[in-house]
Design a protein around this ligand. Structure first.
Ligand code: FEO
Length: 396
């Protein structure tokens, strides 16, 4: 753990977790992560913004000791999830006069997740402020990024936005600030795809408020701090927009090679029509890479063999996950090979409850791909190209 100064009397006390490889028993972490907490020392009061994952609580304590903090007056809790609030009970035990500052909904969730004294809270509302003497904290209630209780904290005098999970990256780095913009933008896109994408309409509303603030620094709860906030703000403006790219994503599984042959055929046919194609073998693909590709794609084609009477279970999982992430894909189809029957297409169509794309006629073949199925794939490539042209994604 490294104690780092962002601005005078404003410190990062982030816990770096280089080794962690899975979050929520779901999200792959190829680059680890960090749990960022911050200390702000005003002339009259001291505040801790968020805490760290319980697995790193001793690191937080060591930083607070090194800051020679005899007291913390306030702990601001922006979000009740354990990776940020999990060390709150320990902080309240260490600093008996410390008061939790949060919103009503967050307090409710904290009391449900932790054993806390409900009298040690100050409840704030949207745009309320808290004075630390020469520094002022302003609170911006921002529900659904990504829990309903989330809020952001703005340090007015230093123009720092503590954005909680919003604008975060699961990226452990010893650098306090972003150094490699390309790498961090990619990590931020992965994070957005896996965690924030289902909430893009909420984020749009919050962005309206943020545009009115003067922001010099964005200090999120995961990953490095942005000292050039335009990098992440402009990336989010693009990701949350309605615009899609001339791209087709094909998550697939093949058991004996027939579905793979169809994927290869369709990939070639789409490339010939000037379309970018991203096929993913879901038996070996990191789901974070698939999620990232779904941020921009206009079309998804799910490719699966039939197992018994339905889609391959791995494809059921992927379809469920993709639908849950609620990407802005406009068109979808299904291709694959079956042995003797089944309801593969109907089952997959019924699973697309959130994204509700326009469904293009599937191409399913019994056994080996043949001339008829190839004609079907040519027709599907034509359909996709026509839809992309009509959407202005391919020049006419
Ligand atoms: Fe990083 Fe929603 O916790």
């Amino acid at each position: 753990m490294v104690l780092r100064t962002i601005r005078p009397d404003c410190y990062s006390v982030a816990a770096l977790d280089f080794e962690r490889r899975l979050f929520d028993s779901l999200i792959p972490l190829p680059d680890g992560t960090s749990y960022n907490a911050y200390v702000i020392r005003g002339t009259e009061k001291t505040a801790l913004i968020d805490t760290v994952d319980p697995s790193k609580e001793l690191e937080l304590v060591s930083d607070l000791v090194r800051l020679s903090l005899h007291s913390i007056d306030y702990v601001i809790i922006n979000h009740a999830e354990q990776d940020h609030a999990g060390t709150l009970p320990m902080v309240l035990e260490l600093f008996p006069s410390c008061i939790v500052v949060t919103n009503e909904k967050c307090k409710d969730l904290l009391l449900r997740h932790f054993d806390l004294d409900q009298d040690r809270f100050i409840i704030i509302k949207d745009r309320e402020t808290l004075s630390l003497g020469n520094k002022t904290l302003e609170f911006i209630i921002a529900p659904n990024v990504h829990w309903p209780e989330t809020m952001l904290t703005y340090l007015r005098e230093d123009r720092i936005l503590f954005s909680c999970d919003l604008f975060g990256t699961h990226y452990a780095t010893s650098d306090l600030f972003v150094t490699d913009e390309k790498i961090i933008t990619s990590a931020a896109k992965r994070y957005y795809a896996e965690i924030m994408m289902p909430f893009r309409f909420s984020i749009r509303e919050h962005m309206k408020k943020l545009r009115a603030l003067e922001i010099d620094i964005i200090a999120p709860s995961h990953g490095p701090v942005f000292n050039h906030p335009a990098l992440i703000l402009e990336a989010y403006e693009d990701w949350i927009s309605d615009s899609v790219k001339n791209e087709v994503v094909i998550p697939y599984v093949s058991m004996h090679g027939s579905t793979r042959m169809m994927v290869d055929y369709l990939t070639r046919a789409l490339i010939e029509r000037g379309i970018t194609v991203k096929p993913f073998d879901m038996t070996v693909t990191d789901t974070g890479n698939l999620a990232m590709s779904l941020v921009d794609a206009a079309t998804v084609v799910i490719a699966t063999p039939t197992v018994l009477y339905g889609p391959h279970p791995q494809i059921v999982y992927v379809t469920y996950l993709a639908d849950l992430l609620h990407p802005k894909v406009k068109f979808a189809s299904i291709i694959g090979s079956y042995g003797w029957g089944g309801r593969t297409a109907d089952i997959l169509k019924a699973m697309m409850t959130h994204i509700k794309p326009e469904l293009l006629e599937p191409v399913l073949v019994q056994g080996l791909p043949c001339e008829a199925s190839n004609r079907g794939l040519e027709r599907l490539a034509d359909d996709i190209a026509r839809k992309h042209k009509e959407a202005g994604l391919i020049p006419s």
